[in-house]
Design a protein around this ligand. Structure first.
Ligand code: FAD
Length: 381
């Protein structure tokens, strides 16, 4: 049976970022790290199925881990992408109120902008409030009466990002075991005995970064029903005609009330020049069902046509879906990221509910995990 110092379950952006961060630090000895992943390569689940936006964090409660780690992680990801030559599109983000919203009662949208403005002020994020004429200089074809612009928001290619983190961590000695779904976890007082369909390993520390399955992995390790993930599916349509794609160059989000389930269906340009519309947000039963239900394009057109009236249903083609691993709090709201040392000895760290903005936060989240006392006390010099 192979023995390791640290076993990470899940090679999404979070697992790969943690493996990379562990490999960058100095420890009392070279750490033996294994990443167990059920798919054939890294980033095949939520990490490869999102908008790729490096969020500022102002959509989140300013006191939350989500807000802090998104802000810090996005800055780290931008400089990481520049160093590694990864595709990155610096468009900034516009959160807009459409003229049409005025007819439906402006107060909800305006109060949403006020809340975002306040969050930005609290977190010292640079934003500018602009009226329709100002907005036209940023995005000439956008039909909107006002909005806020967050200039420092970029879009990354998520798959290239994850692959690069994986390669970095391999260079410092991490081992990836693909096609190895974890099926059982036992603990003998000093180590974890982790079984997959193909092997059993020992590890002194277990880090659960299993995304949508992080509840299942945590519950296996704790031998208790401690966590429940609610899968929230989001689909994307691609804008096909080249001339319509050229009409929008930036991230355009709607101003939504705080109780909305997501950040809203938005215009989502990508570093490769493509333009997508999405995602919607639907609670589903199956954590892996990406294709069986395709929401008709009408819902997407309804959400964005008010900003770009020339866009029509026939311009859109269904493209892909991603599933957010949400934890719903007792009051019905989505919970903050959960990063919990559920056992100190031997260390068990569960990362649960790492939904949006988890891609943005990943590099800062990795630092946060590696700085936890249970890791530092056990392995630091
Ligand atoms: C529609 C959508 C849009 C989003 N947009 C953004 C955005 O623009 N910006 C942003 O910052 N965030 C965004 N997010 C959130 C972001 O994608 C996630 O927070 C992030 O990818 C989570 O990464 P992860 O590594 O925790 O999970 P994952 O990528 O799901 O990785 C977990 C890994 O664990 C593996 N695994 C699971 N079970 C087992 C097992 N039993 N054994 C071995 N391996 C296992 C899985 O195969 C997977 O590879 C979006 C999410 C969705 C769904």
């Amino acid at each position: 049976m192979n023995s390791y110092d640290i076993c990470i379950v899940g090679a999404g952006v979070v697992g790969c970022a943690i493996a990379r961060e562990l490999g960058r630090r100095r420890w009392d000895r070279p750490l033996r790290i294994v990443v167990l992943e059920r798919n054939q390569t890294a980033g095949m689940e939520t990490s490869g199925r999102n908008s790729g936006v490096l969020h500022s964090g102002i959509h989140e409660n300013p006191h939350s881990l989500k807000a802090r780690l998104a802000r810090e992680g996005s800055a780290l990801a931008v400089s990481y992408a520049a160093k590694r030559g990864l595709p990155l599109l610096n468009t900034g983000m516009i959160i807009a109120v459409a003229w049409e919203d005025i007819r439906r009662g402006l107060w909800k949208e305006i109060s949403s902008l006020r809340r975002l403005w306040f969050n930005a002020w609290k977190t010292q994020t640079r934003v500018t409030f602009i009226t329709s004429s100002g907005l036209r200089t940023w995005e000439p074809n956008l039909h909107a009466c006002c909005g806020i612009v967050i200039p420092n928001v970029a879009i990354i290619d998520p798959q290239a990002f994850v692959q690069s983190l994986k390669v970095d961590s391999e260079h410092t000695g991490s081992v990836y075991a693909f096609n190895n779904p974890v099926t059982d976890i036992q603990e003998d007082g000093t180590t974890y005995i982790v079984s997959t369909e193909h092997q059993t390993i020992r590890a002194t520390c277990l880090i659960n970064a299993a995304g949508l399955q992080s509840d299942h992995i945590a519950n296996l390790a704790l031998h208790a029903d401690h966590y429940t993930i609610r899968p929230l599916r989001g689909e994307y349509y691609e804008v096909i005609p080249r001339e319509k794609r050229a009409l929008i160059g930036r991230l355009i989000y709607p101003a939504l009330p705080p109780q909305a389930t997501g950040k809203g269906i938005h215009f989502s340009p990508r570093p490769d020049g493509r333009l997508f519309i999405g995602p919607n947000a639907i609670l589903v039963a199956d954590k892996l069902d990406y294709t069986s239900h395709k929401t008709p394009p009408g819902q997407f057109i309804e959400a964005v046509q008010k900003f770009l009236p020339v866009l029509e249903e026939q311009d859109l083609r269904w493209s892909y879906a991603g599933i957010r691993p949400c934890v719903i709090a007792a009051d019905g709201s989505k919970s903050d990221f959960i990063v919990s040392t559920d056992r100190a000895d031997p260390p068990l760290i569960n990362l649960v509910g790492i939904e949006s903005p988890g891609l943005s936060a990943s590099l800062a989240l990795a630092r946060h995990v590696v700085d936890l006392p249970c890791i530092q006390e056990r392995f630091s010099l």
